[in-house]
Design a protein around this ligand. Sequence first.
Ligand code: DC
Length: 231
Amino acid sequence: MSIQNKQIAVIAVDGPSGSGKGTICQLLAKELGWHLLDSGALYRLTALAARHHGVELDDVEALEVMAEHLDVQFKASDSGKAVQIILEGEEVTHAIRNERVGEDASVIAALGPVRRALLNRQRDFAQAPGLVADGRDMGTVVFPSAELKVYLDASAEERARRRYKQLISKEPGASLDDILNDIKARDARDMNRAIAPLKPAPDAVRLDTTQMTIDEVLQAVLDEARHRGLR
Ligand code: DC
């Protein structure tokens, strides 16, 4: 098992679905000119690859092999603005974001062998000049020596409202109640699993974003980075 590359600065950002991690991490990486690890995408990709290959979500051995040998490329688009995700030669950038894949990802993420198989792949993202790592166990397991650990949270109701706003233009039938129930179920699974459960690292800076704008959260994290000499 490779250990964290201590030469490279890492900002680890953890938190539940809808806490704003994804957006904040993208903005942070852009602002600092650092690499970005979207670790949730790796769990989603493993889940999607399992579906493509007809692997059941309780077939731990086959899922471990799938995670170990995941054939994935993260390609900067021509405009350089977005990242395209290619799984086994097929573009899946949008396909991995649907709710079903998210559910499947949350199920397989509870399996120790799958998590171990993805560990080194995640640590390999730590390249100069630095890495912003987005996930559930970035500060606790994957990058325990990160220079800055942030735990973003928001009430389940606010997170459901945010998800509903994103979805409603694409899925006019989306229901706020259903989304809230899904978020609560996902939280319970991610927080109560035996291995690498979602929880703040003891030394994480905790931010409740319920009443904060994206820019306020970004500035708060950048201030913490500045205090640690990371800017
Ligand atoms: O952040 P996301 O919604 O893309 O993550 C999808 C699922 O993957 C989430 O329910 C929990 C899991 N996950 C995890 O267990 N550990 C991570 N570091 C990232 C995601």
